[in-house]
Design a protein around this ligand. Structure first.
Ligand code: AOS
Ligand code: ZN
Ligand code: ZN
Length: 424
């Protein structure tokens, strides 16, 4: 479902005077407004196909209705988000939940919505019906070569689907690890995984990247075979120039300094992609920016600094994706909030006076350094984000328009109350 253009225009007209006042104020305060608006307009965040339905937990699931019933409907949902915020111009697919049986058709549906395909995601953490070997004790790490081969072949099949759709990256997240001491020979598990990743790497087209996603725990609770950024970087370095680490914000041990990790991975040219979410305890997959907005800003601060140091394109040189799960919210509303939080943090990071910050660091002026960062973080950049969206044809307040247009009720009417999207 899309919102008619005149309704977006009416919504914007009604809010224009208030928006203008707020925008003029901040534009008067910030000299580089035009450049920031251009950067914000260019910045696009990939929406995961598995976040368009209700997530649930192992204790239950409370679907809200109107969930997408097919890959086409998932793409339509992302198209609607993009129409509203103009910053969700990509979708990240998961195989086998989203097998594009007719790739040309799926590509055309995405193109109609102005969407491209971000990284493809493989799945060797679940057994599928009819699958020969089980992943109960891991996939690429498995002691049995036949299981490893099956997992490698699955990843190569995912690459094939991605090539048909025009994607240019594969994200490998493995649930491999162990639940109890003694269960696993760590070195064998690492070597087996590396060999498998090398076979997958060899199948990558020239213009492709592979992202090795790490995670400290879950579903294995004693060890994880790609458990932290050090292990991910080890794999990426051993694999070669097309391999990178992927940082998922929920995959760290409590209080990890994620901004420092990001900074060093970027310095090494080995940061490839991001899974944005927020968390209180672990891999909670909560709305981006809902728990630790200052941390999100600090991460963006390092991202901007590190990308600029390497002359990277902010929008295209890293894979920006959300990885979320919704238990109590309308997934589309949550995704609108998440993208907004990302854009706000990015805009704030663009405000940081880097020359002054460097000078303060050189002088060991700790107070000034902190003031510079907090000055940016405490600036209300929402009028800038809204102005970039407005210029691109989006809504001044995407969430408000989503609600006033009763999108969810319409989707329930179209798709039914009991639909269930494939995914987590
Ligand atoms: C799992 O915890 C990881 O965050 C994955 O990136 C992701 O949620 C999964 O691959 C969905 O397909
Ligand atoms: Zn993830
Ligand atoms: Zn996760």
């Amino acid at each position: 479902m899309l919102i008619e253009k005149y309704k977006i225009a009416e919504h914007n007209d009604a809010l224009m005077a208030t928006h203008r006042r707020a925008f003029d104020y901040i534009a008067g305060e910030i000299p580089q407004t035009t450049e920031i608006l251009q950067r914000l307009a260019a910045f696009q965040v990939g929406i995961p196909s598995w976040a368009l339905g209700t997530g649930g937990t192992r204790f239950g699931r409370f679907p809200g209705g109107g969930e997408p019933r097919s890959l086409e409907e998932k793409i339509e949902d992302v198209g609607l988000l993009h129409q509203l915020n103009q910053s969700s111009g990509a979708i990240s697919l998961h195989i086998p939940w989203d097998v594009p049986s007719n790739a040309a058709h799926i590509k055309a549906v995405a193109a109609q919505h102005g969407l491209r395909f971000d990284a493809m995601n493989s799945n060797t953490f679940q057994d599928q019906p009819g699958q020969q070997h089980s992943y109960k004790f891991g996939s690429l790490q498995h002691v049995n070569k036949a299981v490893r081969k099956q997992a490698v072949e699955h990843n190569i099949e995912v690459i094939r689907h991605g090539v048909e759709l025009g994607s240019e990256a594969l994200t490998v997240w493995l649930s491999d690890g162990s639940c109890f001491p003694g269960q696993l020979n760590f070195r064998h598990a690492f070597q087996n995984t590396l060999e498998g990743l090398q076979e997958i790497y060899a199948a990558l087209p020239d213009n492709w990247k592979v992202f090795v996603e790490y995670k400290a725990a879950e579903p294995n609770f004693y060890s994880t075979t790609v458990g932290d950024w050090g292990q991910s970087l080890l794999y990426a370095n051993k694999l070669g120039p097309k391999a990178y680490s992927l940082v998922d914000l929920g995959h760290h041990l409590p209080n990890a300094n994620i901004e420092q990790i990001v900074s060093l991975l970027l310095m090494e040219g080995k940061l490839g992609g991001f899974h944005f979410n927020d968390s209180k305890f672990g891999d909670d997959d909560l709305t981006v920016g809902s728990i630790k907005p200052y941390q999100l800003f600090l991460i963006f601060n390092e991202l901007v600094d590190g990308m600029d140091a390497r002359g990277m394109n902010h929008n295209t040189d890293l894979g920006w994706m959300i990885d979320a799960s919704h238990n109590v919210k309308d997934p589309l509303e949550d995704l609108l909030q998440s993208v907004e939080a990302i854009m706000i943090s990015y805009a704030q990071a663009l405000l940081v006076d880097r020359k002054k910050l460097l000078a303060a660091q050189q002088d060991n002026d700790v107070v000034t350094a902190q003031e510079i960062l907090q000055q940016a973080f405490r600036t209300d950049v929402r009028p800038l984000v809204a102005a970039a969206r407005l210029q691109a044809g989006g809504a001044l307040q995407p969430l408000a328009l989503y609600r006033s247009e009763k999108v969810r009720a319409n989707l329930v009417q179209q798709r039914g109350l009991k639909t269930m999207a494939t995914g987590l």
